[in-house]
Design a protein around this ligand. Sequence first.
Ligand code: ATP
Ligand code: MG
Length: 419
Amino acid sequence: MKITALNGFKDIVPGEVELWQRVETAARAIFSRFNFSEIRMPILEKTELFARSIGETTDIVEKEMYTFVDKQITMRPEATASLLRAYIQHGLHVQKPIQRLFTIGPMFRHERPQKGRLRQFHQMDVEVIGAQNPRVDAELMAMGALLLEELGVTVSLELNSLGCPACRPGFRETLLAFIEDRYEALCDDCKRRSNTNPLRVLDCKNPSCRAQVEEAPSIQEHLCGECSDHFAVVQEGLQQLGVNYTLNKFMVRGLDYYTRTTFEFITGDLGAQAAVGAGGRYDGLIEQLGGPKVPGIGFALGMERLVLLLQQQEEMESAQGEIDIFVAGLGEAASEFVFPLVHALRRKGLRAAMDHEGRSLKSQMKQANKAGAKRVLIIGDNELEQGQAVLRDMQTQEQEEIPIASGVDKLAGSLFAAC
Ligand code: ATP
Ligand code: MG
């Protein structure tokens, strides 16, 4: 009997590992440009760390953690709590009032494995600890956007503010009143959540819950003065840095520690696993974990999802690179002949291409090679006169003569048969 890896745990083998290296190298370069230092923490932590930071009633703590029940230790499900634990333990705030830290490594959550969702997955996590200025929020999102742009990944940035202990309880009441009237129509999870953490009802993926909360009040309109000012400067900062974003009143994030700014980088190319990265501000958390009273903000990018997007890009490029036939027309009359021929080939269903710039044979052959053409049909004025063209197989380099005098349609038919 063969022994295989656990479900949801994956090897990263040569052929794929190069993409991981590319993602990590690009990230390290960007993080360093933005003046971040690396920190590495252990994978096992005391269970209490996550219960106290992420929140007792979150999906992660309630059902996704790998916990050794007899030892009260847990394999970290995310990086922020461990990183802050290390920050506090080593008194890093004494060395430098504002710490800009990043860490890269595996995280563990007992979820249903699917494309872009594993049980051991990897995050690149960045945190700025000690900075209250909303411009830092904008700067951090701009850094994430720049990294994704450099990787060639297209995402949209969704933004919300979750307020603070001064304004969130008020919003919670407003929302509860709204939910109360629709309680019966909600899914069982949301019924339960409306007692423990009603904001989570806003981001339920269930279509009927979504329809119910469509008209829900927006937290953005219930922020206290300070949170509202903070949120305005975050948005101004994004505009100054040329980062596009959309406001999303439904985004509440599945971790309890967030205050004010929350955001997600969303892709349309990975189905249900749409979030490539996510994060936000957590101004009370460090103190809550026994550290100094300093604010913080951070985000994590999911490496599996980034690698999947790069793989899809590569597949698209190689699919695009393969054309069935390149028709090289040399000289005026030949070009005239080739123009409708290429169209006829495309109508037959072939991927066909030609040159429109009157280039030499040599440069057209180069073009055909670059496009990954399987065959090239060469037609010059001489060939036209003689009623014969040369069809070259680019792989075997074999050539055959093709009669062309019978007209474009017939020729397209016999080329289609030859391809
Ligand atoms: P999701 O809504 O997809 O479950 P999340 O909100 O639980 O994501 P976070 O805890 O914010 O995710 O983690 C940040 C990023 O880590 C996510 O945006 C995603 O790219 C990645 N990620 C989270 N869970 C997994 C997983 N199980 N497998 C692969 N990547 C993951
Ligand atoms: Mg999740």
